[in-house]
Design a protein around this ligand. Structure first.
Ligand code: NAP
Length: 402
């Protein structure tokens, strides 16, 4: 009998052997990559646990499917179900044009307070990459997910609200913002920054990472990005004192030993660093907008968005493909399901089902080594065998058992 995953009073997961997991299939190519992903996950769980564990998938609705069934892109029942089932996974969703919703993804993150967007970026042998040593990049990015310019506080140029804010700022603080400007607000709090840093540090301690790097633009935005860095350091000093050491506190030639090195980098410099010295970084913690740019740039170094997994984590966890719906390939059984499959790997690890997660990685590595890949990689890989989305999944399932 399937049971729900629950949280204890400390918000720790309790995962039964036969858990319900909620899924949103997604729009456009979503159904193709969802079919591929569920096949791979079910095969891995069956192979890892010989039937003693099994996922019971529970479909919930958002996006176009929800709109055609219930007349709304994001039913309240879906929000409640994500809370109720605790762990969920989703395909990409179309952003409806008009209708007052900025983005379903942003709305889901805000409504569920999924405050960390977690994006691991690693290389798989044979995957085409634009850099010489893609294997040197192996990082996990913790991007703040609810604050910053994504908080949705902005007004159109010329609107009554924008004019009112501009004249208030100009008159009260003696500034000179051009009156016909659009206005956006960038709120960042100690609470929001520190809880993200806490999650990143907990990850680093658990995985014995060498460093945590705070990426910010505090040289320019002192009281938002600069404060973010200051609050992250404060979290490390107050709650992880014995486990960490600040880079600036090390004497010349001294190394961090078994402690986690806490460093910070200005965002623009970090874009150079991940290209030039990628192996100096493990865990990266950064505000919302920097994280958006940095995670796509890093993903491009190891094979692009088709291979980039992600999760939105707070009290609840929602794992997701990081690319869009790629609508021109919908129902062609063509695109690369790698992003959603790797997101499912993160989900299995989150549940503590590491054996199943490892089998999927093994299957993927072997499939790449045989050069069985979808069109996006085949077009860049010499000697590739181009396979359909479903064939790629079947090959992973076959290879994980050998
Ligand atoms: P997109 O759907 O990510 O697709 C852009 C291009 O990226 C595709 O045409 C394809 O390039 C490549 N691509 C994306 N995913 C791929 C995969 N799995 N395998 C191989 N190639 C892949 O971006 P978009 O066209 O800008 O957005 C379409 C819709 O998705 C919009 O409604 C947008 O709002 C939404 N969106 C949703 C999410 C989300 O749900 N998380 C994220 C971003 C965008 P080629 O044509 O060159 O092969």
């Amino acid at each position: 009998m399937a049971e729900k995953i629950t949280l204890n009073e400390k918000n720790e997961l309790n995962v039964p052997d036969n858990p319900y997991i909620a899924y949103i299939e997604g729009d456009g190519t979503g159904p193709d990559i969802w079919r591929a992903t569920s096949l791979v996950v079910d095969s891995a769980v069956a192979a890892a646990y010989n039937g003693s564990r099994k996922i019971e998938w529970k479909e919930i609705f958002a996006g176009e499917k929800a709109n055609s069934k219930f007349g709304t892109y994001l039913p309240e029942e879906t929000i409640e179900a994500i809370k109720d089932y605790v762990v969920s996974i989703k395909g990409p969703l179309t952003t409806p044009v008009g209708g007052g919703i900025r983005s379903l993804n942003v709305t889901l993150r805000q409504r569920l307070d999924l405050y960390a967007c977690v994006r691991p970026v690693r290389y798989f042998t044979n995957v085409p990459s634009p850099v010489k040593n893609p294997e040197k990049l192996n990082i996990i990015i913790f991007r703040e997910n609810t604050e910053d310019v994504y908080a949705g506080i902005e007004w159109e140029a010329g609107s009554v609200e924008a004019k009112k804010i501009i004249s208030f700022i100009n008159d009260t603080f003696n500034k000179s913002i051009v009156s016909e400007s659009g206005i956006g607000i960038k709120p960042m709090s100690e609470f929001g920054s520190r809880r993200l840093m806490r999650m990143a540090l907990q990850h680093a301690v658990k995985n014995k990472n060498r460093s945590v790097t705070i990426v910010h633009k505090g040289n320019i935005m002192k009281y938002t990005e600069g404060a973010f860095a200051k609050w992250c350091y404060k979290e490390a000093a107050e709650n992880f004192r014995d486990a960490t050491v600040k880079e600036s506190d090390l004497k010349p030639g001294e190394d961090a030993g078994s402690r986690i090195l806490i460093k910070d980098r200005i965002a623009d410099a970090m874009f150079q660093q991940i290209l030039l010295r990628p192996d100096e970084y493990d865990v990266v913690v950064t505000p919302n907008l920097n994280g958006d740019y940095l995670s796509d740039a890093a993903a491009a170094q190891v094979g692009g968005l088709g291979m980039a997994p992600g999760a939105n984590i707070g009290k609840y966890a929602m794992f997701e493909a990081t690319h869009g719906t790629a609508p021109k390939y919908a129902n062609l059984d063509k695109i690369n399901p790698g992003s959603l499959i790797l997101s499912a790997v993160m989900m299995l690890e989150y549940m503590g089902w590491d054996e199943a997660a490892e089998l999927i990685i093994k299957g993927l590595e072997k499939t790449f080594s045989q050069k069985f890949v979808t069109y996006d990689m085949a077009r860049q890989m010499e000697g590739a065998v181009e396979v359909k989305c479903s064939e790629f999944a079947a090959k992973i399932a076959e290879n994980m058992k050998q």
